[in-house]
Design a protein around this ligand. Sequence first.
Ligand SMILES: NC(=O)c1ccc[n+]([C@@H]2O[C@H](COP(=O)([O-])OP(=O)(O)OC[C@H]3O[C@@H](n4cnc5c(N)ncnc54)[C@H](OP(=O)(O)O)[C@@H]3O)[C@@H](O)[C@H]2O)c1
Length: 346
Amino acid sequence: MRISNGVAVLCGLTTLAILPCFAAIPSGEKPTMKAVVIHAYGGLEVLKLEDVPQPEPKEDEILIRVIAASVNPVDAAIRQGYLAQIIGDKLPLIPGMDAAGVVEKTGAKIGKFKAGDPVYAFFTLASEGGYAQFVVAKESEAALKPKALSYAQAAAVPAAASTAWQALIETAKLSAGQTVLIHGGSGGVGHFAIQIAKARGAKVIATASATNQDFLKKLGADQAIDYRKAKFEDVARDVDVVLDTVGEDTLKRSYGVVKKGGMIVSIVDDPDQATLDAHGIRGASIRSSPKANVLEELTRLIEAKKITPIVSQVLPLSEVAKAHEQIATHHTRGKIVLQVADEPKR
Ligand SMILES: NC(=O)c1ccc[n+]([C@@H]2O[C@H](COP(=O)([O-])OP(=O)(O)OC[C@H]3O[C@@H](n4cnc5c(N)ncnc54)[C@H](OP(=O)(O)O)[C@@H]3O)[C@@H](O)[C@H]2O)c1
């Protein structure tokens, strides 16, 4: 695709990726980029692939040339307007909680990164997202990309793995020798949670449907439960920590499996204080947030081969609607990633 004012943004679409093809931009003209934009909340049809102005990094920001961006369940919720009260009147918006790419430009106050650095980043709900050829991030939201990973694999990490880390390590303070029950162990957050818990030296019990039982084991789960065939409370007893990524009935049935003094951390629901008290356990509901130190910790674990992101589908940006359709099923294995540009040659 070529833009008539002489700013060449895209040269072509392949089945795998939108190929960037930048030409000289006439001086005085603002560079544009391809991005998925939502102008009104609604169904899949509100996801529009458009040409929009490239963001300009502020002094405390880096501009990232996005190679890949991941798709998270919250992206579909935002699109449908369920988070309108939290994010405020932000339309039009570019979705996407995380991305991996190359630093294109740095603001004056940036000391940690330089142009050309391979990075990955986790954005706040208030910022523009990763479904674009360029995105800005604060230094506190980004880290160097793990070297061994492709950009598509790296893009799968920031939001989901940070959430797993913040739930298990920062909130539940999971330690070696403890037992954790991870609900939804095959999903974006759950598959990282299993690996993080194992790297911590914990015993892991994880739930998923029949098709994901082997997957849970491969991720390191000591015990896999098919939640459709068995009641997890008949199998898991006296656990130290429950990570709840499912909510409602799953949360309600989880209080009784935690040993006294143990903890339930939910990323989807609010544990009931009276029920927690009745069981002599603690509970927390968390909303994860971008933290560079957590991303750096994840980079170390990935480089030590303790964690591997599993990407079940890579789709071009032009197939964002298909990605949203899939993520809304709540039955995605690992992560879905949008390939925004070709992977640079290694
Ligand atoms: N609070 C936060 O900061 C935060 C951050 C990230 C995500 N979240 C939320 O956490 C939830 C999970 O996120 P995600 O990215 O991991 O989602 P996801 O990638 O869609 O994964 C969902 C997984 O849950 C499994 N599952 C579905 N129903 C289940 C049940 N009844 N019992 C056990 N497992 C079940 C599915 O496995 P099967 O296909 O085998 O059923 C699937 O692998 C979403 O609601 C998301 O919005 C919250």
